[in-house]
Design a protein around this ligand. Structure first.
Ligand code: ADP
Ligand code: MG
Length: 966
């Protein structure tokens, strides 16, 4: 029986599909052969343009019942206006790309670099490595005499006395010997034993003392920016030096490099990977120390694998893997059982308490009431009414926590109220009031003095708690110093955290898991472990990465406890019950299993690591095949990879921009369409983090302020741009930040990132100056329709289709084009408060799953940008109606064949134009009347006309009216 589907009647000359519903789909045109001989000039270009677009798209089916979402009408004036612009324009024949010859691309540095990248492979490049380390006797002598003199320096001596007390110092000789005798070594040791600050110094000083200091150049990778800076500062201080002499750091956006040789540089792992693009063998480096590898971040897992290849060709490069004691053996095993040395640590005993003890000690009554209507858990309702399957957490609560609480009740070791509260599922949710009550208890009732370290999952909990503490009369600033500690904090505030509190004062540090291993604060005596951690998780079903607050692993809990016993016996309070502790996972999952992989794939490609699946299979843990294929599919849809997984010219540019590929594409288009400043603001805010803070108790006020910034743009992304723009121009930026609930620190970082991107764009030759605000880059920055169209081009295929009622009213309930699932605007989005939409389409970046799939940031877009930048373009004619559409879900009726042909023609020219710009980078000349400018103007004319569409009332039926879906 014939399957229902669709049939392409014929592929027209350029591969656009004329569709006719009702049959099986087949493609007539060959996907590999050359163009039909009868084609001439621009037609040949168009043939290849279409074919390239159709390549690698897999088997997609047109949704048979996809209804038009509205109609597109072009006025006669507009049609003739665009027609005139196009008539004068010619297109080159640029799409002959068989065998990746790229013959159509003119000879240029870009072409040379691009071709040598896609044709090369890392192992071949490594073969040709020239030695890059040379000894210099003069320097050797100088370094030695400096070090000898230093030994008389009082500051150095004082520091040395402290260093000598560290467990690593005792192992100094053993460490040096094992490093000397082996190419790869694994060093493990309790946090705080002196791995990060000491090992690199031991090596450097040993080289200097053996009069070969100039042959030593140590790179030590850190998982976070903040630790790279703080460790570098500490080590320089220990050496009685300033940063920039023998010690330096390099992170994205900031660096203070040390001298070329006889030096140590602390940098983020990403910096090393970037350096390997141009120097894959790290030819001038003598030792690379990979620190904190137990954290299993993607860059660290990735670098470990790449270096395994590098040392095959560089037998003089020493690799030192450093890890906390957690699971260290696995790393040694991965490196062919490399020798492993453990530094025995010394910590004082730490008494551990759990939630039941905390409730007992504080006499808290926070979980006395279980109010199903306000509870964030549906547990009781569901268990009692037997409704639906329980979530994992609910199941665990039922199976382990409840019986444990009942048992405690029987044993009568705790007050009845404590047991009663443990039976309330809300006691498993992080409650900042409880943290506050416990803190009050510690400072009022506990005997020991000493700093208190509190672990919270993220910035919003940290600021929420700090606000509570600061608003309380129990913690006057005269007696308490409160420190937030978060990876995005400014580095200046951090140093004080390490200093002992001044006489009569006490330090309270509220930190993320960063204080678990990378940062050690010695005088901590009390630890409050909230038991939760924020980590990413890749949701295969949603095809998206979600940030989740989850239970910590046993490894996290142990580390947190250990922080309390650095200088004397300490106390650790875990805010979960002993029963919960028993069922915690042993370790957290490596990041490679939890994150989107597009960026990592592009890094692998630019490093010429060959076939993706093969390389990823060499990692310590390979990502799920499905998430790999989702990432590869997206990269192909973005036209970053071709069908045989080679980087395309666009992909080559994207791989060199340190942002997610969708943001990179948006930025390149922002440069081409000369609306760079707003686009950069949007892209960096989406990629890094937006500057809006979540003020506890003032959420609605903050929402209002965001809506104010959005004005009538129907866009959260424009809000991001306006926040940054106002901050950059405002005469009193701190007042503006305060009024609009923005973090000035984040805004400053974002501003800096924009400047950094200008550097990248200039390297890629897409701009001719380094100022994001330069008029040349912002000819069209005031044109919000164009800015939104470029946002749409970057974020596509993250499109959601709003539901429309029978009466043609658009409702804020959507179906994701990617997954076909229902979703809703997150309350934070300005569109969640919008009551009237003119078009049923939005683009978004972040989608999260909680009670429903939430879209966090959205921009309502008009049909034409989607039709222009979307893939899988179709047009058809049925019952006298002209249909145009992209993907298998978005379709519109067009008022006439002429409108369809204008859209189609311009789409082809846009594609040609972009392909041309990408392969021939250079800024657009907006002053002359060139062909390229005419194409751009015609496209802009069409994609920025926001007044020509209408929601088509007749097209909708009940299928589109599912308000209850979420
Ligand atoms: P590990 O890497 O083994 O966890 P570190 O080398 O980071 O240990 O730290 C060793 C010791 O150095 C810590 O216990 C602490 O006393 C001290 N230390 C580290 N960083 C700093 C700093 N920035 N300021 C003051 N002391 C520090
Ligand atoms: Mg360390």
């Amino acid at each position: 029986m014939p399957k229902r589907g669709f049939k392409r009647k014929r592929d027209d000359m350029y591969g656009n599909m004329n569709i006719n519903e009702g049959g099986e789909g087949t493609s007539q045109s060959s996907n590999t052969g050359r163009h039909p001989p009868e084609l001439r000039g621009k037609e040949i270009g168009l043939f290849y343009a279409r074919r390239n677009r159709e390549r690698g798209k897999g088997n997609w089916k047109l949704k048979r019942d996809a209804k038009p979402l509205g109609s597109i009408t072009l006025s006669e004036t507009k049609k003739s206006q665009i027609g005139m612009m196009l008539r004068s324009n010619s297109m080159g024949n640029i799409f002959i790309t068989d065998n990746n010859s790229y013959d159509h691309v003119e000879d240029s540095l870009f072409k040379y670099q691009f071709l040598s990248n896609i044709r090369g492979n890392m192992m071949e490049r490594l073969k040709a490595v020239e030695p890059g380390i040379f000894r210099n006797e003069c320097l050797d002598k100088r370094f030695l005499s400096e070090l000898t003199n230093k030994k008389n320096d009082l500051r150095y001596q004082a520091m040395l006395n402290k260093r000598r007390k560290l467990p690593s110092y005792e192992k100094r000789k053993d460490l040096l010997k094992i490093i000397e005798e082996n190419q790869v070594v694994l060093i493990s040791g309790e946090t705080g034993c002196g791995k990060t600050t000491q090992v690199a110094q031991f090596i450097l000083d040993d080289y200097i003392e053996k009069n070969k200091g100039s042959a030593c150049k140590i790179v030590c990778t850190q998982p976070r920016r903040i630790s790279a800076i703080s460790v570098a500062e500490r080590v320089a201080e220990e050496r009685a030096e300033k940063l920039g002499e023998s010690v330096g750091f390099q992170i994205r956006l900031e660096k203070k490099l040390p001298r070329d040789t006889g030096s140590i540089v602390f940098c983020t792992t990403g910096v090393v990977l970037k350096q390997m693009e141009s120097d894959p063998s790290l030819s001038t480096v003598s030792h690379i120390i990979l620190d904190e590898i137990h954290e299993r971040s993607i860059p660290s897992d990735f670098l470990i694998t790449v270096l395994k290849e590098v040392i095959k060709k560089r037998n003089d490069l020493k690799i030192i893997l450093m890890s906390a004691t957690l699971n260290a053996e696995a790393f040694s095993k991965y490196y062919n059982n490399c020798p492993h040395i453990n530094i025995p640590g010394f910590t004082y005993p730490v008494t551990e308490y759990f939630l039941e003890d905390v409730l007992q000690k504080t006499q808290s009554k926070l979980f006395q009431q279980f109010e199903p209507s306000t509870s964030r858990w549906d547990y009781k309702k569901r268990v009692q009414k037997n409704r639906g399957p329980l979530s994992v957490e609910e199941q665990e609560f039922k199976e382990y926590i409840m019986p444990y609480a009942r048992n405690l009740e029987r044993e009568k070791k705790y007050d009845a109220l404590v047991c009663e509260q443990l039976k309330n599922p809300d006691s498993e949710i992080l409650n900042l009031d409880l943290v506050y009550e416990l803190l009050v208890y510690i400072v009022e009732k506990e005997e020991k003095h000493g700093s208190v370290l509190i672990f919270c999952p993220g910035l919003s909990q940290i600021s929420g708690l700090i606000k509570k503490i600061e608003n309380s009369s129990k913690f006057p600033p005269s007696r308490y110093i409160i420190f937030p500690l978060h990876s995005q904090m400014p580095s200046i505030d951090q140093k004080e955290i390490f200093n002992p509190a001044p006489q009569g004062k006490r330090k309270i540090i509220v930190s993320t898991n960063i204080a678990e291993t990378s940062i050690t604060i010695d005088d901590v005596v009390y630890v409050i472990d909230c038991g939760k951690i924020k980590t990413a998780d890749f949701d295969i079903e949603l095809k998206t990465e979600t940030l989740k607050i989850r239970w910590v692993s046993v490894a996290n809990a142990d580390q947190r406890r250990g922080r309390a016993g650095r200088v004397q016996p300490g106390v650790c309070f875990h805010l979960y019950s002993r029963a919960r502790h028993m069922i915690l996972e042993k370790y957290l999952k490596p990041e490679i299993l939890c994150k989107r992989l597009e960026g990592t794939i592009l890094t692998a490609k630019i490093l010429q690591l060959g076939k993706i699946e093969e390389f990823f299979s060499k990692l310590m843990v390979s990502p799920d095949a499905e998430s790999l294929s989702i990432a590869l599919a997206l990269l192909k849809r973005l036209n970053a990879l071709d069908s045989v997984e080679n980087l395309t010219p666009l992909g080559y540019h994207l791989a060199r921009l340190p942002v997610a590929p969708q943001m990179g594409k948006m930025i390149l288009l922002g440069a081409i369409f000369s609306c760079l400043d707003p686009i950069l603001s949007v892209a960096v805010s989406l990629d890094f983090k937006d500057a809006f803070q979540i003020p506890l108790g003032k959420e609605q006020e903050a929402d209002k302020k965001r809506s104010e910034l959005a004005d009538d743009t129907m866009s959260d992304h424009i809000v991001l741009h306006r926040a940054l723009e106002t901050f950059e121009y405002e005469s009193d930026p701190s007042r503006f930040c305060w009024e609009y609930f923005l973090s000035p620190y984040t805004l400053k970082l974002l501003k800096k990132m924009k400047e950094q991107f200008m550097g990248y764009l200039k390297d890629l030759d897409f701009v001719s100056n380094l100022n994001p605000k330069n008029a040349e880059n912002n000819q069209n920055s005031k044109n919000m329709s164009l800015v939104k169209a470029v946002i749409c081009a970057g974020l596509y295929p993250n499109v959601a289709i709003l539901k429309v009622s029978k009466k043609g009213i658009i409702k804020p309930y959507m179906t994701s084009m990617q997954t076909g699932q229902s979703c809703k605007f997150h309350p934070k989005s300005v569109l969640s408060r919008t009551r009237s939409f003119s078009f049923p389409l939005v683009v978004y970046y972040k989608k999260m799953k909680s009670t429903c799939d939430f879209i966090y940031d959205a921009t309502m877009v008009h049909p034409l940008p989607i039709l222009f930048f979307g893939d899988r373009y179709i047009h058809s004619e049925a019952n006298g109606k002209h249909i145009v559409g992209v993907n298998n879900m978005v379709r519109f009726t067009a008022d006439s064949e002429r409108t369809v042909s204008i859209i189609r023609d311009l789409r082809d020219r846009l594609f040609w134009f972009l392909e041309h710009k990408i392969t021939h980078p250079g800024s657009v000349n907006w002053t002359s009347s060139s062909d390229e400018l005419n194409v751009l103007k015609a496209i802009m004319e069409l994609i920025t006309s926001e007044d020509m569409g209408d929601v088509d009332e007749e097209s909708f039926d009940e299928d589109f009216d599912h308000e209850d879906d979420c």
